[in-house]
Design a protein. Structure first.
Length: 458
């Protein structure tokens, strides 16, 4: 939970108020303003209300005209491109790997045999087979792919740049408050590179904190503490509303400035029906849940769709460990079928609902895997050339951008950088590419740097 100093103690310019009479104000129930803050805050923490307040700044920036959103499948550890999106059927066995390529619904595009469902929806998907950066260590590479900039070489070092999800949250805000603009399922990536850094903690992701496929799935951050129930919270919400009726008398002194609106939204997020319904997968038909797959991948994808519909801008699904240095075939058996099912079902579901043009899908990790399998039947880290998948949100489907060399060792055609990928996503979402945000030193930093959108996909 994030904690901030209450805005109720500040005037419009941000300076601390010093009017001693402000705390002497009482409502008809005899509750002082100080009591009111104590009632409305401790079980939530100031962070939730302030997160909502700061997210609202995005709407004031003029960027929020876009109705588009993003769902990310983050393959932490690095997915093997040779076994998925860039197969090498003519290579020697130690390069080719354990899987046979299969044809897709788009002539000339093949994928690994463990992606049969994505193969059927390939007209909506596009592949970038020539992604390149210059680091093969998890921490800096994860930072690079999630922020566009090379990161610290040790995982324990602090991130240096904000993640794409935080950039999206800061630039666009939530489409429908009180839903958070940026959400991670089930929680944020371990290195901390999915955070906001100098944008401020208000633009860190809201963590679901639990496996959506669990029988007892619930969101800890939306669970009321012991001793509080919805009736108690609702009475406090009504108290907020009663205070709000006195705004005309109070606003001249600024006592209630910034207090009611965002505290009310915070209460609504914790106790309101709309938020609870968004996270309630039980409201979906059993047949649709089966279609997505009764596993963490599938139910996370379904939850992501529900959260996007409820107003989220970016939902990041962290899919687990893909760092297969040993016995890669066994490791991929645990990951590829559920990932395939989840992505294909999400594409189909969004398309059927008329939402696919407004929701982009991005499957990516920090790097790929070595073209040649090692002596332990695994693949090691490889950043010279690897693949990502993009779909929806205005992406032209059924296309391949770039090409790897004969056996996948390097880029043969059309180098694509991490910043190019982020520039593509930001352009899809309607975020101006000349956007800069000040870092901790006050220096304006570009969100895309030297990156350029992949125009072939737009």
């Amino acid at each position: 939970m994030l904690y901030y100093e209450s805005d109720s103690n500040r005037n419009r310019s941000g300076a601390m108020r010093t009017n001693p009479k402000s705390d002497s104000f009482r409502n008809c129930a005899g509750v002082t303003r100080r009591n009111f803050v104590q009632i409305g805050v401790p079980f939530l923490g100031l962070g939730l209300a302030d997160l909502l307040r700061l997210e609202s700044l995005a709407a004031e920036s003029g960027h929020a005209a876009s109705n588009k959103s993003l769902i990310v499948f983050w393959t932490d550890g690095g997915m093997s491109q040779q076994d998925t999106y860039d197969t090498k059927p003519d290579a020697p066995a130690e390069y080719r790997g354990p899987y046979t390529p299969i044809a897709t619904a788009v002539s000339g595009i093949g994928v690994g045999e463990k992606f049969p469902r994505q193969a059927t929806v390939m007209r909506h998907l596009s592949l970038v087979r020539s992604v390149h950066h210059e680091n093969g260590i998890h921490a800096p590479s994860a930072h690079w792919m999630q922020t566009g900039y090379f990161g610290p070489t040790l995982a324990r070092n602090a991130p240096q740049k904000p993640s794409l999800g935080s950039i999206i949250a800061r630039s666009l805000g939530s489409r429908q408050p009180p839903m958070a603009a940026y959400v991670t399922i089930p929680k944020s990536e371990a290195f901390g590179y999915q955070g906001a850094v100098y944008l401020g903690k208000a633009f860190n992701p809201f963590e679901v904190g639990a496996d959506p496929n669990a029988a007892d799935f619930k969101v800890p951050n939306l669970t009321l503490p012991a001793g509080l129930d919805v009736r108690v919270v609702d009475s406090r919400r009504k108290l907020l509303e009663s205070f709000d009726t006195l705004r005309r008398e109070i606003d001249e002194s600024g006592v209630m400035e910034g207090l009611s609106t965002f505290k009310t939204q915070a209460l609504e997020m914790v106790a309101g029906n709309r938020m609870r319904e968004a996270f309630d997968l039980g409201r979906e038909a059993a047949t649709l849940r089966d279609r997505y797959g009764r596993h963490r991948y599938g139910q996370s994808a379904l939850l992501a769709r529900r959260l996007i519909e409820a107003g989220a801008r970016c939902v990041n699904i962290n899919t687990g460990n893909w760092d297969h240095h040993n016995d890669i075939a066994k490791g991929l058996e645990d990951h590829l079928p559920p990932l395939d099912r989840a992505i294909a079902a999400l594409v189909e579901d969004l398309d059927e609902r008329g939402l696919l043009s407004d929701v982009a899908i991005y499957c990516v990790g920090e790097f790929g895997r070595t073209p040649r399998m090692n002596g332990h039947a695994g693949r090691d880290h490889w950043s010279d050339c690897f693949s990502v998948m993009l779909a929806g949100g205005g992406i032209q489907g059924g296309r391949v951008v770039g090409a790897s060399e004969k056996w996948g060792g390097g880029v043969k055609d059309r180098v694509v950088t991490p910043l190019d990928l982020l520039a593509t996503i930001y352009k899809l979402l309607g975020i101006p590419l000349d956007t800069h945000y000040e870092d901790s030193t006050g220096r304006p930093v570009s969100i895309v740097g030297s990156g350029r959108p992949i125009e072939e996909l737009l």
